[in-house]
Design a binder for this molecule. Structure first.
Ligand SMILES: *Cc1c(COP(=O)(O)O)cnc(C)c1O
Length: 378
């Protein structure tokens, strides 16, 4: 069986878990959480990084930090994971769905200006597959209208756009350490705070609305309830696992680069000959090697391929269903044709097995099965 994803131990995960117990500190913000914060802050060069229970909660924190209110509008791609938009809908915001670019499948910056209204309070971008969105244009449009940008960077940790790390462009950015992501602790996330004016409040919101973080740093002599908040801290047991993975980030990223390039070397010319679209990575984007996907000619071909691979013990998956055509999307008045590229890509896209312990031999099998499938239909 060739799994689509497989969580992999890469280093000192188990040792660090027992170390967290030796510390007698397994709740949030212990030794390993602090080590993860430091790695993220120093490597990415962000003013503050805070681990969260998951990326969904980090996104919810961004909505709280931006004071999203009922009736506010938030521009989001329709082609994304549901949490990207739910975080804002929970505050009463109305999602304004943008279509994506047909090449990178990132939010189409050419549509942004036409989606902005006096009620727009945030532009949320997703660096799909860890390939950077067109940040120069997006930041220029956002600045012209005074609208903050949030990066859902769940796919893109350590990817870059024009040399600069993804997650460092928006006022706020979010990361995921779910088991399907490049580096993982099962369930986990982080919020990156690039706007220094939001750092104090981020710490407060994450600590149940208290100034506990300042208290622990000795900046106040007692801590108290100062704002609305919730509990978004990651257990130090999970932070221990994450730290072991972050320590090995170069190893993980080069392994994933190998997996991506091995697929690409064997498939790129073949895709061209068969009317299949392979991933598009602009030369100024250093991707994070999160996934390898193909866009097949149509839905029928994709369904048949997934079935064909499954019969050969190879698990491939598709995503995302267009959010604007979901039950919730329709409640906001959306219908077919609103985001045509999203609608087409959602039918065509298949993700190939991709994880940190995938072998060349496994990939050879996947490639052979893909080729024999297309041959069988010629
Ligand atoms: C995985 C993912 C999330 C959610 O991450 P969790 O850590 O599972 O909450 C959000 N957005 C995108 C684009 C994702 O891929």
């Amino acid at each position: 069986m060739i799994d689509f994803n497989k969580p992999t131990l890469v280093g000192n995960e188990c040792e660090y878990i027992s170390h967290a117990f030796d510390n007698s500190h397994v709740s949030g913000d212990g030794e390993f959480s602090k080590k993860c914060h430091t790695i993220l802050e120093e490597t990415l060069g962000v003013p503050r990084a805070l681990l969260t229970t998951n990326c969904t909660h980090a996104l919810e924190m961004t909505a709280l930090l931006l004071d999203i209110q009922p009736g506010d509008e938030v521009i989001v791609p329709s082609f994304t994971f549901v949490s990207t938009v739910n975080a804002f809908v929970l505050r009463g915001a109305r999602p304004v769905f943008s279509d994506i670019r047909p090449d990178t499948l990132n939010i189409d910056e050419n549509h942004l200006e036409s989606l902005i209204t006096p009620r727009t309070r945030a532009i949320v971008v997703v660096h799909y597959a860890g390939v950077g969105c067109e940040m120069d244009s997006i930041l220029a449009i956002a600045a012209r209208h005074g609208i903050p940008v949030v990066e859902d960077n769940a796919h893109g940790l350590f990817g870059r756009y024009k040399g600069r790390y993804l997650g460092t462009f928006g006022s706020l950015a979010t990361q995921s350490f779910h088991e399907t992501k490049n580096m993982s602790c099962g369930e986990g996330g982080a919020i990156l705070i690039n706007d220094p004016a939001l750092v104090d409040r981020a710490e407060i919101i994450r600590e149940k609305g208290t100034n506990r973080s300042r208290f622990f740093r000795g900046m106040v002599d007692k801590y108290t309830w100062v704002d609305a908040g919730s509990s978004y801290l990651l257990s130090d047991i999970l932070a221990a696992v994450l730290y072991a993975q972050l320590e090995k980030r170069d190893e993980i990223q080069s392994k994933r680069q190998h997996v991506w390039e091995y697929y690409d070397a064997q498939l790129r010319d073949w895709t061209v000959a068969h009317g299949i679209q392979a991933p598009s990575v602009p030369e100024y984007c250093q991707q994070s090697y999160h996934m390898y996907y193909l866009l097949l000619p149509d839905l029928e071909t994709r369904s048949a391929l997934i079935k064909y691979l499954k019969q050969r013990q190879i698990i491939s998956v598709f995503h995302y269903l267009p959010l604007h055509l979901s039950d919730m999307g329709r409640k906001y008045g959306y219908s077919e044709g609103a985001c045509p590229v999203t609608e087409r890509v959602s039918d065509q896209l298949v993700r190939l097995p991709f994880h940190n312990s995938l072998s060349d031999a496994d990939q050879d099998q996947v490639v052979a099965a893909l080729k024999s499938f297309m041959q069988s239909r010629a």
